[in-house]
Design a protein around this ligand. Structure first.
Ligand SMILES: [Zn+2]
Length: 498
């Protein structure tokens, strides 16, 4: 499926974009012009816009790379190979929680397939990961009526005694309400019915709810699932304990059930729940980051590292989060190899391990590459869902930002030429804190938190054309930044300011 043959029924952010090849090229011109802040476009005969012909207003960098960028974009959009590989990965190996045998089988497969693709220096680098095991679990409403409550224990939680914990529930809307009513919380199960206010503010209840509940003397905690679209499914995710207070079990229930329990409490009804969880944490387990490269032709020690994380929660296939990111980076390198585009510097595709509940992969990568960290030109992660890309976010020096904007303009054809300040990812966090410039894909991610950390994060939620466009973004960015004669400048690394 090429860009110019996409279905007109898809909503296009730019009017007329779906109207065929000529219109697409015109829009592409407009995007380039906007990126370069040109006031007016000259009228140019359509023939001048044939691919491989540098646009008249291209900067020297754009003129140098427009043909290669177009080849990468065309190759990415030519078929659904990235989507197919993502679907094969998640369908074959299933959920891939850190420490699970399924994840290690997936790692074996990725390495084997990378070698088959002709990637170079394909290998795993060891990382010890936490091993949390869910076991069987349930929540049941006991009073005022009996009913099962769909739930998911939160990653890292302790379990309950075998017979479960049966206790009255205190529903609160936020931490402040719990503080005000803490005298009522002792011996109860505290339920945080915190409404969705965006991921950052809302996830606080999932991460810190068990600590706040224990501090108030509660015996367990429940949180309303952190998800944007209530479809009566539970969303899991990581949680924390604080050594100053006791460790109480914590689980997510659905938004609908949290609201119902809240209503019951407001009517003055006594709400009682039985929570049963077998969750436990086993000793750390050996795992690895998996990676393959296209080795640089002139400065192979200098690296553009791109990737996502291989692990997922144990409750779903983790298609968006983050099989998609791993496969997109891998596909970007595969396309360079297939097209014979070997950049001056190395491009390394990495599947980091244990993003979800430990970041041990990102930390192990930093430790393994700390000595050569200054040779890392850029770290580029995709971990925000696989939707239509709008461009990239970038964190680095102002002079690097100018270069990134020029490269992004080469993605105007697919509407992915915007650059916003601030880019990064959990897995690349440890090396970006050492000063490596960082980037992430920006996507039209309005639906990400419908599926996030739930059983609904499956391949059918990813449009193969959107995924192909994301591959194009990673491929063009990584290739150009790895090949440019002048290296993308670092800023002043943290801690070295004077
Ligand atoms: Zn993720």
């Amino acid at each position: 499926m090429t860009e110019t043959h996409r279905s007109p029924s898809r909503a296009a952010p730019v009017a007329g974009r779906a109207a065929g090849s000529h219109a697409t090229r015109c829009i592409s011109v407009a995007n380039v012009a906007a990126a370069l802040a040109l006031a007016a476009l000259p009228v140019i005969a359509p023939a001048a816009w044939a691919r491989q012909v540098p646009a008249a207003q291209d900067t020297p960098l754009q003129a140098r790379y427009r043909a290669a960028a177009d080849r990468l974009i065309d190759a990415a959009l030519a078929d659904s190979s990235a989507w197919n590989r993502m679907a094969r990965l998640v369908d074959t190996f299933g959920p891939r929680l850190a420490g699970s045998p399924a994840l290690e089988l997936a790692h074996d497969w990725i390495l084997e397939e990378m070698r088959r693709d002709g990637l170079e220096n394909v290998h795993g680098e060891p990382a010890m990961v936490p091993r949390w095991v869910r076991g069987s679990e349930s929540a049941e409403l006991v009073e005022p009526r009996r009913a099962p409550l769909p739930m998911l224990g939160l990653g890292g939680s302790v379990g309950t005694p075998r017979r479960g914990i049966t206790a009255e529930v205190l529903v609160v809307g936020d931490f402040d309400e719990l503080t005000r009513r803490s005298a009522e919380a002792r011996g109860k199960i505290v339920l945080f019915d915190a409404p969705w206010r965006g991921y950052g503010p809302t996830v606080q209840y999932r991460v810190n709810g068990a600590i706040a509940a224990a501090r108030a003397g509660a015996v367990a905690a429940l949180v309303r699932s952190v998800g944007e679209l209530p479809m009566r499914i539970a969303h899991t995710g990581v949680m924390r304990y604080d050594s100053a207070v006791s460790r109480v079990p914590v689980a997510a229930i659905t938004a609908e059930d949290a609201a119902m329990l809240h209503r019951m409490q407001e009517r003055g009804e006594r709400v009682v729940v039985t929570l049963r969880m077998e969750a436990r944490t086993l000793p750390d387990s050996p795992s690895r980051n998996v990676m393959g490269e296209i080795t640089g032709s002139e400065r192979p020690q200098e690296v553009v590292v791109i990737g996502g994380h291989t692990d997922s929660w144990d409750t779903g296939l983790g298609a968006h989060d983050d099989a998609g990111g791993v496969v997109m980076a891998w596909e970007a390198v595969r396309l360079m190899h297939r097209l014979g585009l070997r950049p001056r510097r190395t491009v390394r595709a990495v599947g980091w391990v244990n993003e979800e509940n430990g970041t041990r992969g990102g930390l192990a990568y930093r430790d393994a590459h700390r000595e050569g960290i200054r040779d890392h030109v850029l770290a580029f992660e995709s971990d925000g869902g696989v939707f239509r890309p709008t461009g990239v976010g970038f964190s680095g020096s102002d002079s690097a930002m100018i270069v990134v904007r020029q490269v992004a303009a080469l993605l105007g054809r697919i509407g992915a030429d915007s650059v916003t300040p601030g880019g990064g990812g959990v897995d690349i966090g440890p090396i970006t804190r050492l000063g490596v410039p960082s980037m992430s894909i920006n996507v039209e991610g309005g639906r990400y938190f419908w599926y996030h950390h739930s059983p609904a994060d499956t391949p059918d939620k990813i449009d193969p054309r959107d995924m192909a466009r994301c591959v194009a973004v990673m491929a063009v960015m990584a290739y150009v930044l790895a090949d440019m004669p002048d290296r993308l400048p670092w800023g002043v690394p943290p801690g070295e300011e004077h």
